[in-house]
Design a protein around this ligand. Structure first.
Ligand SMILES: [Zn+2]
Length: 64
């Protein structure tokens, strides 16, 4: 018998989600299956948007 590991992250698989370790890796594999060009909504945030949020924090700090 071979040792099975999650093909996504290499962790020991869960009995419910094998051969994956959990729902997260299972979804990931499924997305890869559906299409290589599939874009995950939770991608990298816009750098400009992040900058804007930091500016807001700075303003609050200056209140002192
Ligand atoms: Zn995994």
């Amino acid at each position: 018998m071979k040792k099975i590991a999650c093909p996504i992250c290499g962790k020991p698989p869960s009995d419910t989600h094998k051969p994956f370790c959990g729902q997260g890796c299972r979804d990931r594999d499924l997305l890869q299956w559906l299409g290589e060009g599939y874009r995950i909504p939770a991608g990298p945030a816009d750098p400009e948007a992040e900058n804007d949020a930091q500016t807001g924090l700075d303003t609050a700090d200056n209140d002192d």
